[in-house]
Design a binder for this molecule. Structure first.
Ligand code: NAD
Length: 367
């Protein structure tokens, strides 16, 4: 019988867990045995008993890993932390091979079959397994909520007997999955929202959410669309035009949410210190790209930095700040992956080496 181990996360500040009682139930229904490390769900407010109630075996790490065929994690684990699992065991998680290449070497030596879930291609078949989207969506929401909390004023326009309170102006820079959710969240709170992106295709999405699109118009022939629907790096001419456009706009904003990323490159710098200085004191900027180098000059992960009276926020791990929901979605992404590659006859994972998804995510196999 396939034995699936669910581990306690070791990364600092990580509160998510890779399986929930719901996915334990579904994985058991596939015919697997589930072993959950004691305390794995604590950060996401899931008690050990909730896993046990769905038929999981609870235990300490060594007992959970003993004979494991498949290991579920959020951020992976070093080979040394996987001792006791079967040779050839499959490890699933956000494995960050470019950031932590030494771990990949460890998995090779240990014979682990390491699959990096963040590398899943953005094809229709893989949508339900796409952890980047499920987590980015929550991040976009959380950025607005925390910016609103740090902002010492209100979001919606209020007409009261004592007079009118104006709506906050929110500007979202980068309209991918997180940015779209940020726009929607800020709109729900009653803010007046505008947004920008380098990909021309986002204009319609911004407008359909009731926000104003702010776009570089004077540099012709740019769609900004790179490989796989991601952004490409822009020309110097475009960047200069973008900076000018943003400078005029940003000074009038109360809240700025930045989400811009370019795969495999440092995050583009979108907001300079001079632009921050042009904003009103009390304004707030949430930099969702802070870990990838930051879109905002001076932002520091997990710290509130005040520059020119403007608060700069950014977390190393935004989804971990909403651990219950982010775990629920992450765990379903893993379940959907497993179910898609499950061989019903042998009741075990079958990962064809020539499958487009497997080819994209496999970091190490058979040494
Ligand atoms: P991302 O996290 O890589 O980047 C966030 C946004 O920043 C993107 O919209 C990008 O265009 C933008 N950006 C980059 N450089 C910028 C700059 N200099 N100025 C302004 N904005 C800049 O993006 P994402 O959230 O992963 O989404 C990228 C695209 O992939 C979207 O169109 C999304 O809808 C699509 N997507 C498709 C699937 C699928 O088909 N399965 C799944 C998820 C996302």
């Amino acid at each position: 019988m396939t034995r699936i181990a669910v581990l306690v996360e070791s990364a600092e500040g990580e509160r998510r867990v890779a399986a929930t009682p719901e996915t334990v139930r579904k994985l058991r229904a596939l015919g697997a045995e589930l072993a959950v490390e004691r305390g794995a769900g604590a950060g996401a407010a899931i008690a050990d008993e909730a896993y046990a109630a769905e038929g999981a075996i609870l235990g300490e790490r060594a007992a959970v890993l003993a004979g494991a065929d498949l290991i579920l994690t959020v951020q992976g684990a070093d080979a040394a932390g996987l001792e006791g699992s079967k040779r050839g065991a499959v490890l699933l998680g956000v494995l960050n091979p470019s950031g932590q290449p030494q771990r990949v070497a460890g998995w090779k030596t240990a014979g682990i079959d390491a699959l990096a879930m963040e590398l899943i291609p953005r094809i229709t078949r893989a949508q339900s397994m796409d952890i980047l989207s499920s987590q980015a969506n929550l991040s976009g929401y959380k950025a607005v909520i925390d910016a609103a909390a740090a902002y010492g004023r209100v979001f919606p326009m209020m007409m009261t007997a004592a007079g009118t309170v104006p709506a906050a102006r929110v500007f979202v820079m980068g309209v991918g999955v997180a940015g779209l959710q940020a726009i929607a969240t800020a709109r729900r709170l009653g803010a007046q929202v505008s947004a920008t992106d380098v990909r021309a295709a986002t204009r319609e999405q911004i407008e359909s959410l009731g926000a104003k699109a702010i776009f570089v118009e004077k540099v012709a022939g740019i769609s900004g669309e790179g490989k796989g629907g991601y952004a490409s790096e822009m020309s110097d001419e475009y960047r200069a035009a973008q900076a000018e456009l943003v400078s005029g706009h940003i000074a009038k904003q109360d809240i700025v949410i930045t989400t811009a990323l370019i795969p495999g490159r440092p995050a583009p710098r979108l907001v300079s210190d001079a632009q921050i200085a042009s904003m009103k004191p009390g304004s707030v900027i949430f930099d969702l790209a802070v870990v990838q180098g930051g879109n905002v000059e001076g932002s520091v992960a997990d710290q509130v930095v005040t520059r020119h009276g403007v608060k700069l926020l950014g977390y190393r791990n935004v989804p971990a700040h909403l651990a219950a929901e982010s775990s629920a979605l992450f765990a379903r992404n893993l379940y959907n992956f497993i179910a898609a590659f499950w061989d019903k006859d042998s009741k075990s994972l079958a990962l064809p080496a020539d499958d487009e998804i497997i080819k994209a995510i496999r970091l190490a196999q058979g040494g």
